[in-house]
Design a protein around this ligand. Structure first.
Ligand code: COA
Length: 339
């Protein structure tokens, strides 16, 4: 036998052994996947059957309520109470089960399953979303500073608007995936990103001219301010996420529910004045554009369209933020109930 060949043969035998082990592990993995998929189908169909049966029982209980004695009414009230809590448990279960994508995700991704199967994976995805938002926001902030102070060039403005358009479109996709995975992002924030994407598209098509140049600096300053507020928001949201994750890990005793609440309120008190100032800036942009649109020399349709978009953004953002803060005052923090 050639010198060194026995060594190679030994290595080859070891490799073959490991390869067989890998094949066995992979076979087991496929088997478990098959079992998981069967369990998922079973849970999904049980949930829809239970939904139907729950409705029937609810109707029956309602019918029995008329003419029931005090004792029976007590039992029926207990059953009704339990029936009312079950649908939210179904919603919680469904966040870990594959489901059909909504229209928007179907149009963009097709019917691929976007459900993440563990709490850690969901939190990691949300964490990545916040990081993506932060990095892009810093880039947008720098670009708006360059456009405002250093380079007055329509092409660079177009790059800024194109980046904004791409950023908001990407956010809407990521947010739809987050919602599929149980995130409680309010519908308005997603809709806000659709409108912002549309607004950036309109700004992109606005031809260079006297009207454009009148609004340009105001828009760039607003863009800079909005990116700055978004950085603060990202810091707040990442802080919430980090603390919620620590609260979820029961062994972490450094943080209490009260500790989370007090941090959240401190964060909000700091953040809200900046956010509300941003809303009024949106309103101011809208008023300035409406004023420009009334000028007989104004020929561009983009002026009126942007004015409308800013007005809708102002109203939606302002009223939703007020509603969110009001709800937080009333209910404590709903997000803690998920832990
Ligand atoms: N964009 C995307 N997601 C948002 C969001 C926003 N503006 N506001 C809240 N969310 C998400 C949260 O991350 C959370 O997600 P989760 O369920 O996956 O954990 C969920 O929605 C519920 O959050 P909630 O408890 O209602 O609010 P919060 O404490 O996280 O944030 C505010 C409250 C007021 C700070 C936040 O809603 C906000 O920043 N609003 C203003 C946005 C705005 O107007 N921007 C323009 C400024 S010029």
């Amino acid at each position: 036998m050639l010198k060194g060949l026995s060594l190679h043969l030994e290595e080859w035998d070891r490799l073959q052994g490991e390869y067989e082990q890998l094949q066995e592990t992979h076979r087991l993995y496929l088997q478990k996947l098959e079992e998981i998929s069967q369990l998922q189908d079973k849970c999904s169909s049980s949930i829809s059957i239970q939904h139907e049966r729950l409705k029937e029982v609810h109707q029956m209980v309602k019918r029995c309520n008329t003419g029931a004695s005090d004792e029976d009414a007590k039992i029926l009230a207990q059953i009704t109470g339990k029936i009312q809590t079950i649908p939210s448990a179904f919603v919680e279960m469904e966040t870990f089960l594959p489901k059909k994508n909504g229209l928007y995700l179907r149009l963009i991704l097709g019917n691929v399953n976007v459900t993440l199967l563990s709490k850690q994976a969901k939190l990691a995805y949300k964490d990545e979303y916040e990081k993506f938002k932060l990095y892009l926001t810093v880039l947008l902030l720098l670009l708006s500073v360059v456009c405002y102070f250093f380079v007055t060039y329509r092409v660079l403005d177009a790059i800024l608007n194109f980046l904004l358009l791409w950023f908001y479109c990407t956010l809407t996709v990521r947010e739809s995936i987050l919602i599929s995975n149980g995130s409680r992002i309010k519908g308005w924030w997603v809709f806000h990103h659709y409108i912002s994407a549309f607004l950036s598209g309109v700004m992109l098509t606005w031809p260079d001219g006297s009207q454009y140049r009148t609004f340009r600096n105001q828009f760039l300053a607003y863009s800079f301010y909005q990116s700055f507020v978004q950085c603060l928001q990202c810091y707040y949201q990442s802080g919430c996420l980090y603390r919620l994750r620590s609260l979820g890990e029961r062994h972490n005793l450094d943080l209490t529910v009260e500790g989370f609440q007090s941090w959240m309120w401190k964060g909000l008190t700091f953040l809200l004045p900046f956010i509300f100032f941003g809303h009024f800036w949106q309103f101011f942009n809208s008023l300035s554009l409406f004023k420009m649109a009334r000028d007989p020399d104004c020929k561009e349709w983009q002026v009126l369209m942007c004015a409308l978009c800013f007005l809708v953004l102002f109203m939606g953002n302002f009223f939703t933020t007020v509603a969110v803060v009001h709800q937080k005052f009333k209910n404590g923090n709903q997000r803690l109930k998920r832990l």
